[in-house]
Design a binder for this molecule. Structure first.
Ligand SMILES: Nc1ncnc2c1ncn2[C@@H]1O[C@H](COP(=O)(O)OP(=O)(O)OP(=O)(O)O)[C@@H](O)[C@H]1O
Ligand SMILES: [Mg+2]
Length: 372
C-alpha cells in the first residue's frame, strides 16, 4: 500500500450536549500530520463523541473541524476520506472477508478488477492473505479485528480513526496487536486518532496522548511528559500510580507537616516559582521514585528529602514489593522496591520505622485546584 498523504486535523471550540450533559465542552485540539494521537479517558468522558464528530456521524452544536485547509463540519462521512474502525468492528456477518474489505470501494464505485487488487493488498498488509473467502464467524477475535482494519485502510484514507479496537481481545493478543497497529501506522503514515480507556495501551502506542474527562481535555502531551510532569491532579491520578502530600508554602519553601522540602530545582534550573506565603498545593510522589531507608541511619545526603514513616501492608508482586507506608500525619504513601535489589537486604516489615527518600525533582508539585 502506498504511503497515504497525511493531513493535520484542527479542532476548535467543538461542543456537543445531550440535554444537560456536556459530552464535549469546547474542545480545542491539533493533531499533527502523520501523528498517532490517542484519546484517553474514563467511560463517558466523550472519546467516542469526539471521534464521531471527526468521522462526521455526529454534528456538534458548535465549533470547527479542519482536515488540512478544508473545513469538514458540514461534509458527509463518506466524503471525508477517513478510515474508521468501530469498537464492535461492525463487520457484515453474511459476507466473506474479501467482500467486507471491498465494501468501502464498492461504495465509492471502484471497478471490480481494481477492487480485487486493492482488497488483496489490504489483506496482505494486515497479514490475512489467503483468508478472503472465509466467513466472518469463522475467524478469531484478532482476525476479525484485522478485517475491520483492512476495511478501514483499503481506500488509502488520509486519516484513520479507531475506537477501542483491541478491547475485546485477551491481554497477550492485545499487546501484540498494539505493536502491529503502531507498525502499520508507521508504514502507511496516515494521521491516526485512536481511542482507549487503557492508559498502558495509550502510553505504548502514541506519539501524543490527549487525556479527556467530562468532555474536556485535561492535558495533551507525549507519554513521557504525561507520566513525569502531569499538569493536574486528574492526570496524575489517572496515569500510573501515585500518592499525594498536601503542602503549604512557608518562608519561601514548600513545607509538609511543618518540614521544609527541597523541590525547587532540577539540573535544568528552577521548575517551580517562589510560592506566596500560605499558598497550598499538592505534591505527587510516584512509588518507584521513593527509596525506603531504615530510620535513624543518619541524615540523608544534601538535596534528599526524608519523610519519616511506619510500614503498613507489604505486598509481594514478584519483581517488586509494594510498600504502603503511613506518614506521621496519617497520609498513606505507596513505595515500590525491587525485590532482590542489593539496596534492599530484606523486605520491609510491618510497623517498622522507615524513611522515604526522594530527591528534588522526583516529586511533582500540582496546583491544589486543577481542572477535575
Ligand atoms: N446519544 C446519546 N444520547 C444521550 N447521551 C449521550 C449519547 N451519546 C453519548 N451520550 C453521553 O455523552 C457522554 C460521552 O459519551 P461517549 O460515548 O463519548 O463516552 P466515551 O468516552 O466514549 O465512553 P466509553 O469509554 O464508555 O465508550 C456520556 O455521558 C454519555 O452518556
Ligand atoms: Mg466510547
Amino acid at each position: 500500500m502506498s504511503r497515504a498523504s497525511a493531513v493535520p486535523i484542527t479542532i476548535r471550540q467543538v461542543a456537543k450536549a445531550y440535554g444537560a450533559v456536556a459530552a464535549l465542552d469546547c474542545v480545542d485540539l491539533d493533531v499533527r500530520s502523520g501523528e498517532f494521537l490517542t484519546l484517553l479517558g474514563p467511560s463517558g468522558s466523550g472519546k467516542t463523541t469526539l471521534l464521531m464528530v471527526l468521522a462526521g456521524f455526529i454534528r456538534p452544536d458548535q465549533g470547527s473541524v479542519r482536515f488540512g485547509d478544508q473545513e469538514v463540519i458540514r461534509l458527509a462521512p463518506h466524503k471525508r476520506d477517513i478510515g474508521m474502525v468501530f469498537q464492535n468492528y461492525a463487520l457484515f456477518p453474511h459476507l466473506d472477508v474479501a467482500a467486507n474489505v471491498a465494501y468501502p470501494l464498492k461504495l465509492r464505485g471502484v471497478p471490480t478488477a481494481d477492487c480485487a487488487r486493492r482488497v488483496a493488498k489490504a489483506l496482505q498488509t494486515v497479514k490475512l492473505e489467503g483468508l478472503g473467502t472465509r466467513r466472518v464467524h469463522e475467524l478469531s477475535g484478532g482476525q476479525r479485528q484485522r478485517v475491520a482494519l483492512a476495511r478501514a485502510i483499503v481506500f488509502e484514507p488520509r486519516i484513520l480513526l479507531m475506537d477501542e479496537p483491541l478491547s475485546a481481545l485477551d491481554k497477550q493478543l492485545r499487546e501484540s496487536m498494539q505493536i502491529e497497529l503502531r507498525n502499520l501506522h508507521d508504514q502507511l503514515g496516515m494521521t491516526t486518532v485512536y481511542v482507549t480507556h487503557d492508559q498502558r495501551e495509550a502510553l505504548t502506542m502514541s506519539d501524543r496522548v490527549a487525556v479527556i474527562a467530562g468532555g474536556r481535555l485535561m492535558q495533551v502531551d507525549t507519554p513521557r511528559m504525561l507520566y513525569d510532569r502531569p499538569g493536574n491532579r486528574f492526570v496524575a491520578e489517572f496515569i500510573g500510580e501515585s500518592s499525594f502530600l498536601e503542602v503549604t508554602a512557608s518562608g519561601g519553601a514548600w513545607c509538609w507537616n511543618g518540614r521544609p522540602l527541597q523541590l525547587g530545582t532540577e539540573p535544568s534550573g528552577s521548575i517551580y516559582p517562589q510560592p506566596a506565603q500560605g499558598a497550598r498545593a499538592c505534591l505527587m510522589l510516584r512509588p518507584e521514585r521513593l527509596r525506603i531507608a531504615q530510620a535513624g541511619q543518619g541524615s540523608p545526603a544534601t538535596g534528599t528529602n526524608a519523610l519519616p514513616a511506619r510500614v503498613g501492608d507489604v505486598i509481594y508482586q514478584g519483581d517488586t514489593f509494594l510498600v504502603q507506608a503511613i506518614l506521621d500525619d496519617g497520609t498513606r504513601v505507596s513505595a515500590r522496591a525491587i525485590a532482590g535489589a542489593a539496596s534492599l537486604a530484606r523486605a520491609p516489615a510491618r510497623n517498622e520505622a522507615v524513611e522515604l527518600h526522594f530527591e528534588a525533582g522526583e516529586a511533582v508539585l500540582l496546583p491544589e485546584e486543577g481542572p477535575r
